[in-house]
Design a protein around this ligand. Structure first.
Ligand code: AMP
Length: 430
């Protein structure tokens, strides 16, 4: 076949889609319990949303954005460069500012479930279209807000029974103390410049902290002995970091301090964190986030405090599957209807429509004149809890046979009150 999905972008089918729905529904319900409400932003944004917020010399902006040239304006002849959203925090902040949500009298809790697009080299756990669920807590500067965010993400993973992850946290300081730290870091790195990878040589001037996060072995060795941001925090950032940690200890959420967590985006300040899992292989991050009190000012707007995270949906599914924690995800019909003969087909067709309209799931094949053996094979395949069998003789006698597919037991139901009988047995999920 010549026509295929774009490399690094996948179709989601059948049972896989059912598992996604199950995972997504549970996560939405937790988010809503924590008081978060959904925000959906457009797939396309002006390029400035990301170049300004994420930062010019980050991987996302330099190498990974899918850009679209909009049609030119009929009068000015100018056309705008648009970007397929590579991450959503920048879009959310754009929307918050546009709708003045940050001026509301209370902090705003927002969440999103959205596809992201990044031009990366596809590999296990790394796609070009992937999906994130994210949460943002706007207009709250307290360490309690950061702790809530981390507890929330921990709760989400644990609700599925997932325990194989580590929480790594760090503080990347604020505008008040980061410039001095960067100077100290550059002074340390200077004699090692030649030994750094090509990418890190470029990072040295404009983004030296990102060298600490480099995965190249020779850079890692140098980074190990580098001065640490946590030792250069000013009093306020230090108190904030201590506050976050003590709230996590109170909530009995285990974490490790990891000074290499700097995150690949420019907008973070103070708390930065990542949830990693050895179940994932090389791309080990399940999710991550941090505080971004300085992001709004990157749009030229007055700054407001905020903290957020995003989890990688595909990676969460991978981790859950590795631990066999997704068996509950696939929905099966309550009933398989098996008609033997034309009259039974007519009766069960009408009944199947009535039942579905009343919220009872029924699988019914529109293929006619099928033998019992074929019907029972289909019933097995469907995974239905019960099979309703109707033949010509039973129809004449006003009854049908209901087979419990797990026990094999069979009972006789009167057709007179069949709807009520089936409804009573249907599994109504809350
Ligand atoms: P980031 O916005 O880069 O911090 O990513 C947040 C989370 O999204 C990561 O922890 C991953 O779980 C997931 N993620 C990031 N990039 C990709 C990708 N290219 N493919 C799949 N998942 C990704």
């Amino acid at each position: 076949l010549e026509i295929k999905a774009v490399r690094g972008m996948h179709d989601l089918l059948g049972d896989e889609a059912a598992k996604w729905q199950y995972v997504e529904a549970r996560i939405r319900s937790i988010l809503e319990t924590f008081g978060y409400s959904e925000i959906r932003t457009p797939v396309l944004e002006s390029a400035e949303v990301f170049t300004q917020a994420v930062g010019d010399n980050t991987d996302i902006v330099e190498k990974q954005m899918y850009t679209v040239q909009d049609r030119s304006h009929p009068e000015s002849g100018k056309s705008e460069t648009l970007v397929l959203r590579p991450e959503a925090t920048s879009s959310v902040v754009r929307a918050v500012l546009e709708h003045q949500l940050h001026r509301a009298p209370h902090p705003q809790r927002l969440y999103y479930v959205l596809p992201m697009f990044r031009y990366e080299r596809p590999q296990k756990g790394r796609l070009r279209q992937f999906h994130q669920i994210g949460a943002e807590l706007i207009q709250d500067p307290s360490p309690e807000a950061d702790a809530e965010m981390i507890v929330l993400l921990d709760t989400i993973f644990r609700t599925f029974g997932l325990k194989d992850f580590e929480i790594r946290i760090n503080s990347v300081g604020s505008e008040a103390c980061r410039p001095q730290y960067k100077e100290a870091l550059k002074a340390y790195l200077h004699p090692h410049l030649e030994a750094l990878c090509e990418q890190c040589k470029k990072r040295y001037e404009r983004a030296p902290m990102r060298i600490l996060d480099c995965k190249v072995e020779s850079c890692k060795v140098i980074a190990e002995k580098a001065p640490r941001m946590v030792d250069h925090l000013d009093a306020e950032s230090k108190a904030h970091f201590e506050g976050v940690k003590s709230r996590l200890r109170e909530a009995r959420v285990a974490f490790v301090e990891d000074t290499s967590i700097v995150r690949g985006l420019d907008y973070y300040s103070r708390t930065a964190f990542e949830f990693t899992s050895s179940l994932l292989g090389a791309q080990s991050a399940l999710g991550g986030g941090g505080r971004y009190d300085e992001l709004a000012s990157r749009f030229g707007a007055p700054a407001f405090p905020a903290v957020g995270w995003a989890l990688g949906f595909e990676r969460l599914i991978m981790a859950l599957q590795a631990k066999d924690l997704l068996s509950g995800g696939v929905k099966k019909p309550d009933f398989y209807f098996a008609p033997l003969g034309e009259k039974a087909f007519e009766a069960l067709y009408a009944l199947s429509i009535q039942m579905k309209r009343q919220g009872v799931s029924v699988e019914f094949s529109y293929e006619r004149d099928k033998k019992l053996k074929w019907l029972m094979k289909q019933a097995d395949r469907s995974g239905a809890r019960f099979t309703l069998l109707l033949g010509e003789d039973e129809l004449a006698a006003g009854s049908a046979a209901l087979k419990n597919m797990s026990t094999g037991e069979q009972e006789k139901l009167s057709l007179a009150d069949i709807e009520a009988e089936l409804k009573r047995r249907a599994c109504h999920e809350a």
